[in-house]
Design a protein around this ligand. Sequence first.
Ligand code: JBE
Length: 269
Amino acid sequence: MRIDVVSIFPEYLAPLELSLIGKARQDGLLQLNVHDLRSFTTDRHRTVDDTPYGGGAGMVMKPEPWAKALEEIVGARAGEGGAAKPILIVPSPAGERFTQSIAHELAEEEQLVFACGRYEGIDERVIEWASEHFTVRPMSLGDYVLNGGEVAVLAMVEAIGRLLPGVVGNPESLVEESHSDGLLEYPVYTKPSSWREREVPAVLLSGNHGKIAQWRRHEQFRRTAERRPDLLADFDASTLTRADREVFAELGYDVVDGRLERRVLDGDA
Ligand code: JBE
């Protein structure tokens, strides 16, 4: 996969030289290029922003440096012949929510381009114009405000990069993790079995693999109900065992038409 990132703070992307993603780059599994938006300006002050038409606080990123940067990135592909439009991801709190399922989808692409704007944003005409050369996807990490897209790009590139073939040493570790089945991960423990008067749950020392798998599954149910009940609305409950249903019943959920339904408690109405 090839990834291009455009930013006025290219140094912000330095962590992508470390750890798993840095190794993937060294191994040639990921070709990652960071471009400084200011190098596409033509004025003495290397200006990338200006005041907003219509008034209001903050500054807006000027269109021309963005067009030059994106054209250079597209131009670098000229002659590669018939390749599909690359995806242009624009991190923004006004974007579509980035999820594990989108990470999987994007990991299948040949090329991704990330445009880091400051949070007041990029002149909207750039987004319109870019759709001639790219499939444009405004993306948000979550409902909070960052100062710019760089931190969001770090998160998205890590989430996507680790899904590329060969990046994570043991691909099994990709299968069982949080969100892959719509539930939060179960708690984990390691040695010593007794630590500061706290014991590892006995079932994990039992050697009974069926019991361990069931306990872990039920811990996933409990955690998800406690911390992320919103995830349970999409959970496929049609294949739950009787024991699974009993755990959900204790947590206040009944299975109705293959879906979990929160029981209305007395006094909630
Ligand atoms: O999540 N994001 O992609 C953002 C980008 C820029 C500013 N705030 C965000 N949350």
